[in-house]
Design a protein around this ligand. Structure first.
Ligand SMILES: [Zn+2]
Length: 357
């Protein structure tokens, strides 16, 4: 009897120790989460709730999307919900999966324009992420019709339809995105209403140039005309409510030093001054914190949002890399909190207080 009791106690003790070691290892192990792992995690998982160390000199992903097509991911000829070989266009199913992944991995959206201005408004312990869409594909915001008040009815499987769904699904996600459009706007009837609706509902519209050509093959005069013309179009519809940011068509010119790149930040045309605070190229990795001394917020890299089974800078690869040095917010927009070991990496502080932990 005594021995039996002792054995039972022994088994119980071993069981507790094993469970303890399992959890301790999990906690101390890398906090890298793949899309599948995150999906299998419940929201109440203690690992997800672990508070990461505040790091406001860490990296911030600026995601680049194009079209969102309303087909199932297994209906495309490519992996992971890519509609074309390079994943420029994604299925609605894959886009929803991306959004769930960002949210459950602790990312919260901020506006691109705020990133450029050093305004990182993000809840404490969470990481900022920026969403951008190029080309004004119809399926960025597809209009099904107009209601009795003449308001647009948005297709729920277009990009904005899905973003609106996620506004409701995760109220603290801070859903927003910047749409870069050309003279074709959103390529459908109701373009003007669409643009006004976007501005009124927390989205931004930027300049993807008028003609959408490779500017590195043109001269400075043409490049300036192409940018100015598009600003004029935006201005004629939404006044000054567009963002002064240009997504360079095809990511060209692809160097900051290129004279055409340099010519676009401030120039005069027909007696008017045009100012652009940032140009976007095509990139393959997250950007620096705007407070990092190596950041160049005037010329930004983006991450192509696509899935390539973890290879070639795709989503899971990018977010795995981000775990090494991701921006984690202190929740205070007036203060920059950095690690003591990062003191020499501090760049532009935008006039904010700096706290070293
Ligand atoms: Zn484009």
């Amino acid at each position: 009897m005594e021995i039996n009791k002792l054995l039972k106690k022994c088994y119980y003790f071993c069981f507790v120790v094993v469970i303890f070691i399992f959890f301790a290892c999990k906690n101390q192990g890398e906090s890298i989460l793949t899309i599948d792992e995150v999906e299998s995690f419940e929201a109440e998982s203690p690992f997800v709730e672990d508070k990461p160390m505040i790091n406001e000199l860490g990296d911030i992903p600026i995601m680049m999307y194009h079209g969102i097509e309303n087909i199932a991911s297994d209906e495309t000829q490519f992996v992971g919900g890519n509609v074309d070989k390079d994943g420029y266009n994604r299925t609605a199913e894959a886009f929803r999966k991306d959004l769930d992944f960002y949210y459950k991995s602790g990312y919260r959206m901020i506006r691109l324009s705020d990133y450029v201005d050093g305004k990182i408004d993000c809840e404490e312990g969470k990481s900022p992420i920026v969403l951008t869409f190029d080309d004004g594909n119809t399926n960025n915001i597809l209009i099904k019709g107009f209601d009795e008040n003449g308001e647009i009815i948005i297709d729920e499987n277009s990009a904005v339809g899905i973003l609106e769904e996620y506004k409701k699904k995760y109220s603290d996600f801070n859903v927003t995105a910047t749409f870069f459009i050309t003279k074709k706007l959103f390529r459908q009837d109701g373009n003007r209403k669409i643009m006004k609706w976007l501005i009124a509902h927390g989205y931004d519209i930027g300049n993807h140039t008028y003609e959408h050509v490779n500017l590195s093959k043109k001269d400075i005069a043409f490049a300036q005309y192409d940018v100015a013309m598009q600003y004029e179009i935006l201005n004629s519809i939404i006044g000054t409510k567009f963002v002064n940011i240009v997504a360079l068509p095809l990511g060209q010119p692809n160097t900051f030093e290129n004279p055409i790149t340099q010519s676009l930040y401030e120039f005069e045309l027909n007696g008017k001054t045009y100012i652009t605070k940032a140009l976007m190229k095509v990139g393959w990795k997250p950007e620096r914190s705007p407070f990092h001394k190596s950041a160049n917020v005037k010329y930004l890299m983006r991450v192509r949002a696509y899935d390539s089974n973890g290879e070639e800078f795709d989503l899971s690869n990018t977010f795995k890399e981000l775990e090494k040095n991701r921006y984690v917010s202190d929740g205070d927009t007036e203060k920059i909190t950095i690690k003591a070991t990062d003191k020499n990496k501090l760049g532009n502080t935008y006039g904010l207080t700096v706290e070293i932990k």
